[in-house]
Design a protein around this ligand. Structure first.
Ligand code: DGL
Length: 271
């Protein structure tokens, strides 16, 4: 019998910040991770490219036996998810794709913050997906979206924790408006940013809680599977995990090991 797994799709290795949090919360579920490192970053891509690349990733994950796909990339969730859900998935009965934006907003809105600063790629910032989703749930929360266009490439280049990275983070955050600086919560709305959480924390004068999405998305997925037992019961649970990237498996392995502190065995995928 073919296993029904959970798939994770990201533009690169950043989505591990989501898949690994899900692994901790739901350790039995079989998962397949796909990072499109050969075409990353996605943060400055056009809408049609985001849709095509993300859909290619979904089709590949379907082939690998995934029934439920988490689009772990914010840029792809903001730019491609709706079109995929409305126009492509109806031809694939039983297959589902969820993004990270709605679950992140649902979880964060429960925490009582009034002024949330959202740090993201340019694609996510331009889409205004976060202010829109927060407004649907709680319009009294002020949500300010700020693009940090240079960070992903530096993370992919292994610069997290270096002086170059700290300088860049400081330079970008110095451009925040007084109202943005006054936020009572910061959301890292890009899967790569948890890799530089310490560098970001270091750049703020006062202590503001900084949230990354791994735990928020994992909590939301646990809740989703509890509310949808018909989906949960169809998923295979042997604790099997597989990791793929479209670019160099060796490079992905190194970045993953630096961040996670343990070895992830990546294989190369061809989309
Ligand atoms: N992983 C993507 C995200 O969460 C950002 C990386 C990229 O620009 O490719 O938005």
């Amino acid at each position: 019998m073919r296993a029904n797994k959970i798939g994770f799709f990201d533009s690169g290795v950043g989505g591990l910040t989501v898949s690994e949090a899900v692994r901790v919360a739901l350790p039995d579920y079989d998962t397949v991770y796909l990072g499109d490192t050969a075409r990353a970053p996605y943060g400055a891509r056009r809408h049609d490219q985001l849709v095509e690349f993300t859909w290619q990733g979904c089709l590949w994950l379907f082939e690998k036996g995934c029934e439920l796909i988490i689009i772990a990339c914010n840029s792809a969730s903001a730019g491609a998810l709706r079109e995929i859900q409305q126009k492509r998935l109806p031809d694939y009965p039983g297959k589902r794709a969820l993004g990270v934006i709605r679950p992140t907003v649902e979880e964060l809105s429960k925490r009582g913050f009034s002024n949330v600063l959202v740090l993201s790629t340019s694609a996510t910032q331009k889409s205004q997906a976060y202010p829109r989703e927060f407004a649907k749930i709680n319009p009294t929360i002020l949500v300010q979206s700020h693009a940090c266009p240079r960070w992903v490439a530096l993370v992919e280049a292994g610069k997290a924790g270096t002086q170059d990275m700290r300088d860049e983070v400081k330079r970008e955050l110095a451009t925040l408006s007084p109202l943005e600086k006054n936020s009572d919560a910061i959301l890292l709305a890009c899967t790569h940013y948890p890799f530089i959480k310490k560098d970001i924390d270091h750049a703020f004068d006062q202590a503001v809680p900084i949230f990354d999405q791994g735990d928020l998305v994992a909590a939301s997925l646990v809740d989703y599977l509890r509310r949808h037992p018909e989906i949960a019961s169809g998923l295979s649970r042997h604790g099997q995990r597989a990791y793929f990237v479209t670019g160099s498996a060796k490079e992905a392995q190194k970045t993953a090991q630096d961040f996670l502190g343990y070895m992830v065995n990546f294989r190369q995928a061809k989309l």
